[in-house]
Design a binder for this molecule. Structure first.
Ligand SMILES: [Zn+2]
Length: 247
């Protein structure tokens, strides 16, 4: 798992992170409480013990052999990787399919977990993500996201990125470039491709170059860049002389 430290100006300093949420304060616990499933224990979870993932002591420990979908990479992040069982929220997390399919927003104070559409996701990522919010962005393959969730971060399978003001500005710039007609494949180029640039009115040229320069540092394989491209695929562009289309 990788993470950025969340400090402005350090977005390109991806570093190895500690286990995603080793306490009961993590987004997965808040999501579990919000679903109301905290009071619906696994019928076979009758053992008392310590959760291998988050170290919570519980009387409803579910054997790890009964929890499908856990990967070796995910369990390597647990507080006790060789532990024998998981607490109810952690066991639920690996069984929950919704967050693997659709972007979600998790909050605390109060606890909530909400599926969000592409428009809401764009709105959320256009601002810094607060420390009472976690954003979940699944991939097309349905891999786990919730085990990587952290407050103040945008999480995708295997990664959590602190989303600060500079990330939000970069994201907004990617959205503006999408609207001007630059698809995801174009956005990886070092300069704006003329095939699209020439379609723009002159009044947009300076801003386009400025946005292009602004996103330059994020193109270097950083998770923020991949998240921005994925979360802007719905942005509608209007090419002069044509109708609006989805990219
Ligand atoms: Zn746990």
């Amino acid at each position: 798992m990788t993470s950025t430290d969340g400090m402005a100006g350090n977005s390109d300093d991806a570093v190895a992170a500690a286990p995603s949420s080793p306490t009961t304060d993590g987004p997965e616990h808040a999501a579990h409480r919000a679903t109301g499933n905290a009071g619906v224990p696994d019928a076979a979870a009758t053992a008392t013990g310590t959760c291998a993932r988050c170290a919570t002591t519980t009387r409803q420990l579910t054997s790890t052999t009964r929890v499908p979908g856990m990967s070796a990479a995910a369990s390597a992040l647990w507080v006790r990787p060789r532990g024998k069982g998981l607490c109810p929220p952690c066991a639920w997390m690996y069984r929950s399919a919704d967050t693997r399919r659709t972007p979600h927003l998790v909050t605390r104070w109060p606890d909530s977990v909400t599926a969000i559409d592409p428009t809401d996701l764009f709105h959320v990522l256009s601002s810094p993500v607060s420390y009472s919010t976690a954003v979940l962005l699944p991939d097309d393959d349905g891999h786990d996201v919730l085990p990587y969730a952290r407050w103040g971060h945008v999480s995708a399978p295997g990664v959590a990125v602190a989303w600060n003001g500079r990330d939000a500005e970069m994201f907004a710039a990617v959205g503006r470039l999408r609207r001007r007609g630059f698809s995801g494949s174009f956005l990886g180029d070092p300069t704006p491709p003329l095939a699209v640039f020439d379609t723009l009115p002159m009044r947009e040229w300076e801003r386009t170059y400025a946005d292009w320069a602004w996103v330059e540092r994020w193109r270097l394989g950083l998770p923020q860049w991949k998240i921005a491209l994925r979360a802007t695929t719905h942005v509608t562009t209007r090419v002069p002389g044509t109708s609006s289309r989805e990219l």
